[in-house]
Each structure stands twice: as structure tokens, then as C-alpha cells.
Design a protein around this ligand. Structure first.
Ligand SMILES: Cc1cc2nc3c(=O)[nH]c(=O)nc-3n(C[C@H](O)[C@H](O)[C@H](O)COP(=O)(O)O)c2cc1C
Length: 386
């Protein structure tokens, strides 16, 4: 259903949420979430990869009770899907990270807070006790890096996730066209798009002002002094290398995960320097277009390091069957981005809640149809590539 009568209750899958978000959000914001880099080849491939893999179910196995829980980087998750860290959530809905953290807590799963998050990691940590990831970018200023790690440690963050696929910003041409940037630098056409979606503007203006509390103390984002584009080019350190990360791993002294690994060599290196997890990810197709997908790299990387560290993946997941395919190849859990961002945009916490609820129900159904009662029963025997 895509008519004007569509509501949250009519959303039964990713595509329904996306269609509703498209109607509700000003186009520059919708396109910021929806879009990818360059020709968006990798963005499309992320989901298409799953379609080249078939599930081979088993029957007559007694599947009344399904256990979806997994253990990842020392964290117990009630289901094998977590909310990957994403930037600027209060721009999509005024509840932002508060909604995502609350829904993840309800479903007993992990959620990520971005360095570019709009609610403070401390506030979220105090409110919920489900596993929390802090997603980190590496700055030129080593003192700043140390201060941020210390802050996350004191807050009680469970997993530090260093994003390593964003050493420079991806070329998001949809954003160039609309003028999407923080602070806003809209093109005339972009401004018009905000004008025809006044509800978003009213919500935005009648709630707490926009902030980036993970960075506020260190970076002046107010009054246009620093844009997110300039933050990436001026404050982040493109010289970051394995030695820098090895130092960080030591300094953190806890669960440490690299997000954005693709090659088996890098996965081995991550294990050698003491990372406890890696996420095979191409940043939702938003960085290097033409990159391989996390799903397509899974078996190679799991074979290389799966006995030493936890291998996770994200990108393109829209269905429980996608999740089961990744778990069958050896992923310990999978991350979702847009899968919860469109529901967030549509209805805040109620939206994310519905999306995770649908995912859990789909997972239970798909596990039953596969003849599996626990995630550990999934293996490569369950899948064939077409
Ligand atoms: C709007 C948006 C913002 C994102 N912001 C971040 C971020 O701040 N840090 C990060 O490491 N990844 C970020 N990501 C990438 C996600 O964590 C995740 O890797 C990706 O969304 C997975 O692909 P999917 O959206 O197809 O599920 C972002 C993704 C989107 C769509």
C-alpha cells in the first residue's frame, strides 16, 4: 500500500517503512538515509547478494520453541540482529537515539551510538542496560582520541567499534544535488522540499535543539563554524594505520571491534592486534562504490579468523531470511541500518519497535521453516549458491 492512507500499522516490511518515510521526510533527509556513493552499485548489490543464495530447509525436527539468542563479543543478545550505529538520528525523528535504544532494549539486543550521534552516550547508558556500542572515528588530535575513549569507558560502554571504511567521505551525489549538509546548505530545490513537508519542520523546531553531544566539547558545530564535511576532512586522521589501532586496542582494554573490514588479510591483522570482533561492512554502500559486499566476503573471512574473533556483517539486510543466510555462513550476528532508520523516521520508538518485532517474528518463523531451534544449528549445509 502506498496511498495517503498508509500508516504504521500498514507497514509489514522494509519496503513499506521506506515508502512511508519517503512521504513523511523532506526529500533531502530521505535521500541522505536512502542514498549511497557514486552509482550506488554497492548499495544495490548489498541486498541482491542475498538473492544469489538459497536456503535448504530440513523437516520434521520438532520446532515448538525457538531460541534466537547469540553471544557476541562477550554480550548476550536475545536475537542475532543489532542496530548498527548511524549518525544524526534526531534529524530523522525528534526521539532519535532515545527511540532506537529503547526499542533495542525491549528486544534485548545491542545498539550503536555514533560519534555523530544526537543524544549523549551517557544518557543512553544510564537509561538502558542492553549492550551498547560506541562507534568511534579516529581524530588527528591524539589527546582528543584519548579523552573520548576515557569518556566512553567511564560511561560503561560495552563495545568500542572503530569505523575504518570512512578515511575520507564517500561521494554521495544525491546529497550534492539537494545540498544536504550539517549545518544545512540547501539548494533552492532542497529548500522547497522542506517547505512542502511542514510537519517535519514543526517537529524539528518544537523539540530540543539539534546537538552532537559526543563531539560538542571538542568541536564547535554551532553557527556554521564547523560542518560535518569539514569535520571529516580536517579533524579525522587519514594517516591512521595498524599501529595506531593497536595502541587504541591496548588503551581501551575491553571488547574492540573494527567496522568496515573486507579482506581476509585485514581480518587476520585485526585478530593479531587483539580486536575481539570485526564487522564486514561497506557502510551501507555509502563509501567505496564497487566494493564487495559483507555477505559475499563472509565465508572467506570466517575461514580465516572465525576461530579467533567474532565475525559480524552488515549491509542490505531487509529480511530474516537474509539474517539466516549470513548466520549459516558463520556470522555471529548482523547489523541493520536503514532497516530501523526508516521506521524511526515514520514513527519514532513505535516505528523501531514495530520493525524489530516484525524481524523477530520473521526470524522465529524462518527458523521453524528451516527446521532449526537454535542459531547454533545453522551451518553451510543449509545453503547453496545459485
Ligand atoms: C543514514 C546513515 C548514517 C550512518 N552513519 C554512520 C555512522 O555515523 N558511523 C558508522 O560507522 N556507520 C554509519 N552508517 C552505516 C551503518 O552503520 C551500517 O553500516 C549500514 O547502514 C548498513 O547497511 P544497511 O543500511 O543496508 O543496513 C550510516 C548509515 C546510514 C544509512
Amino acid at each position: 500500500m502506498t496511498g495517503y492512507g498508509m500508516r504504521l500499522g500498514h507497514c509489514h516490511n522494509f519496503h513499506d517503512f521506506r515508502a512511508l518515510a519517503k512521504r513523511r521526510l523532506p526529500a533531502p533527509i530521505f535521500n541522505y538515509i536512502d542514498g549511497g556513493a557514486d552509482d550506488e552499485v554497492t548499495l544495490r548489490k548489498n541486498t541482491a547478494s542475498f538473492e544469489r543464495c538459497d536456503l535448504v530447509p530440513n523437516i520434521l525436527r520438532g520446532v515448538q520453541a525457538i531460541d534466537l539468542s547469540v553471544s557476541v563479543m562477550g554480550q548476550r543478545l536475545a536475537m542475532p540482529v543489532y542496530c548498527s550505529p548511524t549518525a544524526l538520528q534526531r534529524l530523522f525523528h525528534h526521539q532519535g537515539e532515545r527511540a532506537v535504544a529503547a526499542a533495542a532494549a525491549k528486544f534485548g539486543t545491542m545498539f550503536g551510538v555514533s560519534s555523530l550521534g544526537t543524544v549523549s552516550l551517557e544518557e543512553l547508558r544510564k537509561k538502558h542496560d542492553n549492550p551498547q556500542v560506541y562507534q568511534f572515528y579516529f581524530h588527528r588530535d591524539r589527546g582528543l582520541n584519548r579523552a573520548m575513549l576515557q569518556r566512553a569507558k567511564e560511561a560503561g560502554v560495552n563495545v568500542l567499534m572503530l569505523t575504518v571504511d570512512s578515511i575520507t567521505g564517500g561521494n554521495r551525489e544525491r546529497d550534492l544535488r539537494t545540498g544536504f549538509a550539517i549545518p544545512f546548505r540547501l539548494t533552492l530545490a532542497g529548500m522547497l522540499q522542506f517547505a512542502i513537508k511542514p510537519k517535519w519542520g514543526i517537529d524539528y523546531l518544537t523539540h530540543e535543539g539539534f546537538k552532537l553531544p559526543q563531539l560538542d566539547e571538542h568541536v564547535d558545530m554551532s553557527g556554521g563554524a564547523m560542518s560535518i564535511g569539514r569535520y571529516f576532512t580536517e579533524m579525522l586522521d587519514p594517516s591512521m594505520n595498524w599501529d595506531d589501532v593497536a595502541d587504541m586496542v591496548r588503551q581501551w582494554g575491553g571488547q574492540f571491534c573494527l567496522k568496515g573490514v573486507m579482506s581476509a588479510d585485514d581480518a587476520r591483522r585485526a585478530a593479531e592486534i587483539g580486536c575481539t570482533g570485526i564487522v564486514l561492512s561497506n557502510h551501507g554502500g555509502r563509501q567505496l562504490d564497487g566494493s564487495r559486499t559483507g555477505f559475499d566476503q563472509l565465508s572467506e573471512v570466517v575461514d580465516a579468523v572465525g576461530d579467533r574473533i567474532d565475525v559480524l556483517m552488515d549491509g542490505g539486510i531487509q529480511r530474516a531470511t537474509h539474517v539466516l543466510k549470513a548466520l549459516s555462513l558463520g556470522a555471529k550476528a548482523v547489523g541493520v541500518g536503514r532497516y530501523y532508520l526508516f521506521p524511526l523516521a515514520v514513527a519514532g520508538e513505535a516505528g523501531v519497535d514495530r520493525a524489530l518485532g516484525l524481524m523477530r517474528a520473521e526470524l522465529e518463523r524462518a527458523m521453524k521453516l528451516m527446521g532449526c531451534t537454535s542459531v547454533s544449528e545453522l551451518s553451510r549445509k543449509n545453503i547453496r549458491f545459485t
